[in-house]
Design a protein around this ligand. Structure first.
Ligand code: XLS
Ligand code: NI
Ligand code: NI
Length: 436
């Protein structure tokens, strides 16, 4: 496998002192940290759409990415020809999992039947390569946002024929995911939202969205697909308001429509910040509900207010993710999927490697730092001590639900006015910086 990236060797771990930019400084796949190998903790995935299909355009200019293997056509042959390129990439970078949208692996045909036939041909080819290389599918998804028919939504389109198209596309994407042994299946509702309430029946759209998800759950059962379903929250972009706007909104939606047993969340850092949250906030919301499924690893830019999908190189960010991942027991079906793209200026194929190496190393450092912080225990102890008043006495009665308002009123009138301890934010930040 050395045809499409001739300048690139198989990327190896060389340790923190190495100056080789085509080597890992921190990601050492077989190194054991906190009881598991790094590889087992991370379960890194590559996004087919970014690695193979992102031309690196922006709203003001055309794509810049050099893809010498691609003839730029929408033909099935061109789609087939991309597959060995992708697997050479996976092999050289040492990533075991990948994720796809149906439409980025396989082109739309002249009819829906032809579209589905294309996907079957591509799925068979992917299966062949997976078998040859041992690479695995983390999750699949259907692209219900790019084609103009989905301009007003997929499941939430006001047009019932579009709902039927959505169902048809998901059905076939589920077949492909099932055939490829996909460990999960994601719904990212790119167009499942609205631009203005003047033309939108929100209640009906949400009912329809729930019906679409229920249909997918039912179909998966029918074909014996046992992978994990995910919803990926994002507040806006492309639609003005997306229904799956953040972790809490998704969980409420799933609860309201009795879907909570079938779905977990696929959280993305850049989406968290677009929603006005931190990634660690989103993770805690999901973990508290037992619904953390998978992670789309990237970051936003503090100066730009959109989904820049930058590679995660911020060590505070990766540490915060790994802290929560470790505390929650780690991934089962999920992984760290690099939903991240190179900057428009980084247009050469080699940049695919530099970017992923950086992301993988940043997560490896995050893992080591998080494991050391947990082992140190000072922050956990501080947090625990902060709530100690609930461990006994009146606090324990409050938590047990045995203190009613009369009792609390009587208690409050008896005691001296409450004295607060310091929250010590700065001291805790200093402890974090001892490790970074
Ligand atoms: C877009 C989303 C998308 C999903 C998969 O912002 O992150 O890439 O991960 O549909
Ligand atoms: Ni994503
Ligand atoms: Ni995104």
């Amino acid at each position: 496998m050395n045809q499409y990236f001739p300048n690139i060797p198989k990327i190896q771990y060389e340790g923190p002192k190495s100056k080789n930019q085509l080597a890992f400084k921190h990601y050492n796949p077989e190194e054991v940290v906190a009881g598991k190998t790094m590889k087992e903790h991370m379960r890194f995935g590559a996004a087919y759409w970014h690695v193979m299909r992102n031309e690196l355009g922006d709203p003001f200019g055309a794509g810049t990415a050099l893809m010498p293997w691609d003839d730029n056509s929408q033909s099935l042959q061109n789609a087939l020809d991309r597959i060995p390129v992708f697997f050479e990439f996976l092999d050289k970078i040492g990533i075991d999992y990948y994720c796809f949208h149906d439409r980025d692996i396989s082109p739309e045909g002249a009819t829906l039947a032809e579209t589905h036939a294309n996907l079957i041909a591509i799925t068979n080819e992917l299966e062949k390569y997976q078998k040859q290389t041992g690479k695995k599918l983390l999750w699949g998804t259907a692209c219900l946002f790019a084609h103009p028919r989905y301009a007003q939504g997929g499941g939430t389109s006001p047009n019932a024929d579009v709902f039927a198209y959505s169902a048809s596309q998901i059905k076939h994407a589920l077949d492909a995911t099932h055939q490829l042994g996909g460990e999960g299946y994601t719904f990212w509702g790119g167009r499942e939202g609205y631009a203005t309430l003047l033309n939108t029946d929100m209640k009906r759209e949400l009912d329809h969205l729930a019906q679409l998800l229920q249909g997918a759950v039912d179909y998966a059962k029918k074909i014996g697909y046992q992978g994990q379903f995910y919803i990926e929250p994002k507040p806006r972009e492309p639609s003005t308001h997306q229904y799956d706007s953040d972790a809490a909104a998704c969980l409420n939606f799933l609860r309201e429509y009795n879907l909570l047993d079938h779905f977990k969340l696929n959280l993305e850092t850049n989406h968290a910040t677009l929603a006005g949250h931190t990634m660690e906030h989103e993770m805690e919301v999901a973990i508290n509900a037992g619904a953390l499924g998978s992670i789309d690893a990237n970051r936003g830019d503090e100066l730009l207010g959109w989904d820049t999908d930058q590679f995660p190189t911020d060590i505070y960010g990766t540490t915060n993710v790994m802290l929560r991942l470790l505390a929650s027991g780690g991934f089962t079906t999920g992984g760290l999927n690099f939903d991240a793209k190179r900057r428009r200026e980084s247009h050469q194929p080699d940049d695919l490697f530099y970017s992923h190496i950086g992301g993988m190393d940043a997560f490896a450092r995050g893992l080591k730092i998080a494991a050391a912080m947990i082992e140190d225990g000072r922050i956990d102890e501080f947090k625990k001590a902060r709530y100690a008043s609930y461990d006994s006495g009146i606090g324990a009665q409050i938590e047990a639900g045995t203190a009613d308002f009369d009792m609390l009123d009587e208690y409050a009138q008896k005691i001296d006015p409450p004295q607060l301890d310091s929250g010590r934010q700065e001291m805790l930040e200093n402890i974090v910086n001892e490790y970074i």
